[in-house]
Design a protein around this ligand. Structure first.
Ligand SMILES: NC(=O)c1ccc[n+]([C@@H]2O[C@H](COP(=O)([O-])OP(=O)(O)OC[C@H]3O[C@@H](n4cnc5c(N)ncnc54)[C@H](OP(=O)(O)O)[C@@H]3O)[C@@H](O)[C@H]2O)c1
Length: 257
């Protein structure tokens, strides 16, 4: 049976993506550290949809995590058609005051884990003409003082995803890079964005974002943003302002309270 792996499926955007994939008849392998939350989601989905669901309680940043996931799929004969690289987090802090262990963990989860998961499942996904969804951010397009490392990790995701998609597109498989703007999840709390003056006038709901992201990934679009203000942020701002000037403006928007 074919499966879709979703990382960070216990909460927020990942949880809503799991609902979208389930609704559309995909069997699921849901990965996160919070097993009780994954179990609640599984109970909810099993009642509504005729699909198989496997849960894996895993901190993806630990040394052996990728091997554990690959071995789990092999041992249980789970054929991987789609991969959703969603798990990720941000941190609001001036770089010099930041916690280096948190920074290392962010680099690891947002980039190394995403890259390695894409690598280990890519041949199988190509064989199935499947799809990979990568969660980047509107931050992928701009240097953000106060979130310098986070924005840089998402710039990596954007560049990596678009380039590998170009390498594989003749196979019938695809990579879609989703670039959400501010979305109502625990992300802001985890990133301690309450310390910043940045206020988003309108947060997109995680459900709305997931419906949009699922649709665009099914259509095999390469890079997508949602809504007019996010489209302006990523398409127009970096074109009319010098890169360094974007950082100056964003420094004011994101400065500490
Ligand atoms: N919300 C936004 O405003 C926004 C905007 C742009 C992009 N994004 C991106 O969207 C993605 C999802 O974020 P979200 O907003 O849904 O955040 P969230 O509500 O904080 O959810 C993050 C998910 O990642 C999982 N996770 C975190 N660390 C993990 C680890 N070490 N191992 C395994 N799973 C881990 C969490 O589960 P456990 O805690 O159970 O492990 C949770 O399921 C991220 O890549 C984020 O950068 C978010």
């Amino acid at each position: 049976m074919n499966y879709t792996i979703i990382t960070g499926a216990s909460k927020g955007i990942g949880r809503e993506l799991a609902i979208q994939y389930a609704k559309n008849g995909n069997n699921l392998i849901l990965v996160a550290r919070s097993l009780p939350l994954l179990e609640d989601l599984k109970s909810e989905l099993i009642l509504k949809y005729n699909i198989a669901i496997h849960l894996l309680e895993l901190d993806l940043t630990t040394d052996n995590a990728i091997n554990i996931l690959v071995n789990y799929c092999t041992t249980n004969n789970l054929n991987i058609e789609n991969l959703v690289n969603n798990a990720g987090f941000g941190d609001f802090s001036s770089f010099k005051e930041s916690d280096i262990n948190k920074i290392k963990s962010m680099l690891d989860l947002n980039m190394r884990v995403l890259t390695e998961l894409t690598y280990v499942f890519l041949k199988e996904i190509i064989a199935n003409k499947g799809r990979i969804m990568l969660l980047a951010s509107t931050a992928a397009f701009l240097p953000i003082p106060g979130m310098a490392v986070y924005a840089a990790t998402k710039a990596y995701v954007r560049s990596f995803g678009v380039a590998v998609n170009e390498e594989i597109k003749s196979t019938g498989a695809s990579i879609t890079v989703i670039c959400p703007g501010p979305t109502a999840t625990e992300f802001q709390e985890v990133a301690e964005l309450d310390k910043s003056k940045f206020v988003s006038s309108k947060l997109t709901s995680a459900k709305e974002l997931a419906v949009f992201a699922f649709k665009k990934t099914q259509q095999r679009q390469v890079i997508v943003t949602q809504g007019l203000s996010n489209a302006i942020t990523v398409n127009i701002v970096p074109r009319i302002l010098a890169y360094a000037d974007c950082a100056k403006i964003l420094k004011n928007i994101f400065k500490e309270k």
